[in-house]
Design a protein around this ligand. Structure first.
Ligand code: SAM
Length: 261
């Protein structure tokens, strides 16, 4: 199958063909027989096939219509697979007829962040999101307070999801091999925190990290009264010199809820 494909680098086409690895990804994603699974980037349909053997229904998006003949064969094999030849970024998730789904995908790396944030916008529809992304991106998503990679995306994602990295996938596992290793990143929805206005919270986190080397007070003072910021920081046990990378997700939410009033 591999030699018939004209891999398009511009579309992030790095495919997986190792069946053991594909089955392991499906297992890591916790796919069960009652699940509806959304896949972004069907490629040659190798992950689609592994997903279809476990799930109730797989809805798989692929922007590259030249892959249609290969994917048509999977439709002959499985009656629980739907392919949508469309740019996922232009698709309105509300047009899908399901209440809850799992996302499982080896996503095109050139649009990792836009895809993740599109899924986050529709967070109520997905109880888990398991994506293969570049290793350093996965580490950023999963990094905790004080970690080198801890930043805006870590806080925003972890305010909604438990983020783990169940598996590293070496670059040699892909065809063609990309320049860097990948990691499977799993986001499982939690209800640990009440956030009154999620969009405003994300703006707040962006502002808090706007200058990484500055203190939190310096980053926030254009939008909030300096003394009130310091008072609120003191109330949760921090002094005014604290930097954003040393504030936990829980305390970011507390600060946001207190300062917005
Ligand atoms: N799932 C396959 C696998 O694991 O071998 C392919 C993964 S490959 C990393 C990503 C796939 O996403 C490519 O087939 C690419 O054509 C497709 N793709 C790229 N941009 C897309 C978009 N905006 N919407 C839907 N699919 C896209």
């Amino acid at each position: 199958m591999e030699d018939k494909i004209n891999f398009k680098k511009s579309l992030g086409q790095n495919f997986l063909f190792d069946k053991n690895l594909l089955d392991a990804i499906v297992r890591d994603a916790g796919v069960k027989s009652e699940d509806i699974v959304i896949e972004i980037g069907a490629g040659a349909g190798t992950l689609t096939r592994a997903l279809a053997s476990k799930a109730k229904l797989v809805i798989s998006f692929e922007i590259d219509e030249s892959l249609k003949p290969i994917l048509d064969k999977i439709k002959e094999e499985f009656n629980n697979v739907e392919f949508k030849f469309i740019d996922f970024m232009k698709f309105n998730i509300d047009d899908l007829d399901f209440e809850k789904a799992k996302v499982v995908a080896n996503i095109p790396y050139y649009i990792t962040t836009p895809i993740i944030f599109k899924l986050v916008e529709e967070k109520e529809r997905f109880d888990s999101i398991t994506v293969l992304v570049q290793k350093e991106v996965a580490e950023r998503f999963a990094s905790t307070c004080g970690g080198k990679e801890y930043g805006t995306t870590s806080v925003i994602l972890q305010s909604l999801f438990d983020v783990t990295i169940p598996r590293i996938v070496k670059k040699e596992c892909f065809t063609p091999a990309p320049k860097v290793d990948s990691a499977l990143c799993r986001l499982v929805r939690h209800d640990e925190y009440q956030i009154s206005d999620f969009n405003k919270f994300t703006e707040f986190v962006h502002l808090a990290f706007s200058m990484r080397r500055k203190t939190l007070v310096n980053n926030l003072k254009s939008h909030f009264d300096k003394n009130i910021i310091i008072k609120n920081l003191n109330n949760i046990g921090y002094n005014e010199l604290i930097r954003p990378e040393n504030i936990s997700v829980e305390n970011f939410i507390r600060l946001f809820e207190n300062l917005k009033n």
